[in-house]
Write a protein that binds this ligand. Structure first.
Ligand code: IPM
Ligand code: MN
Length: 356
């Protein structure tokens, strides 16, 4: 770790994004004082409002500008007046690809006091991490139409898997499992090798080869459909899951529900390479109907700050935030749903700061 201030780009975005980001930054400030590190924030106004005003999602040069930062802290994108897909593709996916954030890291952790829809399951049972490949598979945007808008229309949407792409993701997941060092110390590959006999065969062969470098990590395989059943029936089975892009998208939303909903779930789009720029976000979206009411849950956005600090080498600060969140969910908040927390957005932020 150098002593230079951490450079963080803040993309608060749309809807409730700015409200939850404000609480995350409040916690960042407080924890930086306790752990004596410094940082610099730079705001960017990318999102739906700017798009409506200017007609562009990311202006020319924006990606190269963002590349200079250590991390990006993203609130939410999504605007009721912007057609679905424009901001998602033009901002979120664009940044993932351009900044080569090839890992999507999604901890699925039930905090104390948080209600899970799974009867009888406790924080001891729901505590695993999904490592989703974030730049390939069905998300690569390779496809097109023939005879569009005719009865003979053909559409193709190609999944692309590369040896390099799956290997770097699988290797990251093995390293992560080793470092996490849970008693299970098990990495589960989740794919569909019985049907996707080319792409997921590449994943399986790569998984088996990379596993040889990690004899201390137990390896395991689930088909994605079976994984959905096990996540609900026996979430305690899992330690770390590694999976291609689209399956990762689906099972992480299932995971978000298990851990108490989108108000709690945070994720990282990580480029773990030297000098890479990673982006952290609450999973909740822009929630337009709750905007400006001080009712949205900031816990996920605060947890995203924790992940950002962990990735930046500030593990003690990250741990402090996680412990504080657990104390607030466990002893203060009534619910994790917007408007039912027993506190407002700002008050929940204050509680986390107090608990630091
Ligand atoms: C996510 C989101 C995105 C995805 C959307 C907004 C494009 O659902 O981060 O999981 O599908 O990856
Ligand atoms: Mn998703």
């Amino acid at each position: 770790m150098s002593d230079a201030p951490m450079k963080i780009a803040v993309l608060a975005g749309d809807g409730t994004g700015p409200e939850v980001v404000a609480e995350g930054l409040k916690v960042l400030k407080a924890v930086s004082e306790k752990e004596s590190f410094t940082y610099e924030l730079t705001d960017f106004d990318f999102g739906g409002e700017r798009y409506l005003r200017t007609g562009e999602v990311l202006p020319d040069g924006a990606v190269d500008e963002l590349r200079k930062f250590d991390s990006i802290y993203l609130g939410a994108v999504g605007h009721p007046q912007v057609a679905p897909g424009i901001l998602e593709k033009g901002l979120l996916l664009q940044l993932r690809f351009e900044l080569d954030q090839y890992i999507n890291l999604r901890p699925v952790k039930l905090y104390p006091g948080v209600e899970t829809p799974l009867a009888g399951k406790t924080p001891e049972d729901i505590d695993f991490v999904v490592v989703r490949e974030n730049t390939e598979g069905l998300y690569c945007g390779n496809g097109g139409y023939l005879k569009k808008h005719t009865p003979d229309e053909v559409a193709t949407q190609m999944a692309i898997y590369t040896r390099k792409g799956c290997e770097r993701c699988i290797r990251y997941a093995f390293e992560y499992t080793r470092k996490r060092n849970s008693p299970k110390k098990m990495l589960t590959l989740v794919a569909k090798t019985n049907v996707l006999t080319y792409g997921h065969d590449l994943w399986m062969r790569t998984f088996e080869e990379v596993a040889k470098d990690y004899p201390d990590v137990k390896t395991d395989y689930n088909h994605v459909d079976a994984c959905c059943m096990w996540m609900v029936k026996s979430p305690e089975y899992y330690d770390v899951i590694v999976t291609p892009n689209m399956f990762g998208d689906i099972i992480t939303d299932l995971g978000a529900m298990l851990q108490g909903g989108l108000g709690v779930a945070a994720g990282g789009n990580i480029n773990p390479d030297e000098g890479g720029t990673s982006m952290f976000e609450p999973m909740g979206g822009s929630a337009p109907k709750y905007t400006g009411q001080n009712v949205i849950n900031p816990i996920a956005a605060i947890a995203a700050v924790g992940m950002l600090l962990e990735q930046s080498g500030q593990s003690a600060a990250a741990k402090r935030i996680e412990t504080a969140i657990q104390s607030v969910t466990g002893t203060k908040m009534k619910s994790q749903s917007a408007g039912k927390m027993g506190y407002g957005t700002k008050e929940v932020g204050d509680l986390v700061v107090e608990a630091l």
